[in-house]
Design a binder for this molecule. Structure first.
Ligand code: SIN
Length: 282
């Protein structure tokens, strides 16, 4: 196995490994899991695997989870199809920096994404190392945000264009959870900044320490939140992957964010994702 780091921030390409074999070989899958903790995002080229092998490999990391708004592969629950065609409705998108599914009380620990079909050019995905983003914050910001929490909402991000009844029904299924702004990785113990695209507002900013009079609340909380969200935009924390069909990316959703660049219309782009159940953030 060759492991080639891709940037100074995160990511490595693994060569000389077949995920079809790893799907049946637990020690090999555990080796890849250890590399994931180190590099946060892993890439493998030329993996001609079936949906069943894809799901079986991902299950070495944990149980799989479908998505309330995205179709799953027929006969293979656990593999969601993020397929874009010229006819795709405009109101579903991934071109926002985010950790996956933080609208859940227990967001996924990670994902295994396979490129089924990609446009001739464009449709890259970017990742950002949110541990680095946290580590490099000024000390006074770290102190300010140490105990802050934020509301995450699938209603606000994915349901805004839907009729109110549908929107409220989805909100009843996924009541907007609250998560810490600074998350501790359950395995490595490292801290990361945990504010992605599903965040709507800070929930406990309004204290005597932060707010003297009501006028402080809105600009103080929203400017701080915007500043924290914008840390993922810093190129020194990022990598960008240019897909080929049968590439696979594996990422740790607890300490990275990602962004699927939507610059390829009207081409097709078809990605299959196995999403792995995670823990409650703390
Ligand atoms: C996602 O947001 O999980 C999808 C990423 C991609 O399609 O590149």
């Amino acid at each position: 196995m060759n492991v080639i780091p891709l940037t100074c921030a995160l990511g490595a390409e693994i060569q000389g490994v077949s995920l079809a074999e790893a799907s049946r070989n637990s020690p090999l899958a555990q080796e890849i899991k250890a590399l994931l903790l180190e590099h946060k995002v892993l890439f493998l080229r030329n993996q001609q695997i079936t949906d069943a092998e894809h799901a079986a490999f991902a299950r070495h990391f944990g149980e799989l989870q479908d998505h309330p708004l995205v179709d799953s592969a027929e006969g293979e629950p656990g593999i969601i199809q993020i397929w874009k065609t010229p006819e795709s409705p405009p109101e579903r998108y991934e071109n926002v920096w985010h950790n996956d599914s933080t609208f859940r009380e227990c967001p996924p620990m990670g994902a295994v994404l396979r490129c089924v079909e990609c446009p001739p050019v464009g449709g890259d995905t970017m990742w950002a190392n949110m541990e680095l983003a946290y580590e490099r914050l000024p000390e006074h910001i770290k102190e300010t945000i140490a105990d802050l929490r934020a509301r995450h909402s699938m209603e606000a991000l994915f349901m805004a264009a839907k009729p109110i009844e549908e929107r409220l029904a989805m909100k009843a299924r996924f009541p907007d959870p609250e998560h810490p702004i600074v998350r501790t990785h359950p395995v490595t113990g490292r801290k990361s900044l945990f504010v992605g695209g599903f965040v709507t507002h800070l929930t406990n900013f309004h204290t005597a320490r932060n707010v003297r009079v009501g006028q402080d609340w809105h600009p103080g909380a929203s400017q701080l939140l915007q500043y924290l969200i914008s840390q993922a935009f810093i190129p020194e924390y990022q990598l960008r992957w240019r897909w080929q069909a049968n590439d696979v990316a594996i990422w740790d959703n607890r300490c990275t964010q990602h962004y699927a660049v939507m610059d390829y219309a009207p081409c097709h782009r078809k990605m299959n994702r196995a999403t792995i159940v995670g823990d409650r953030p703390f």
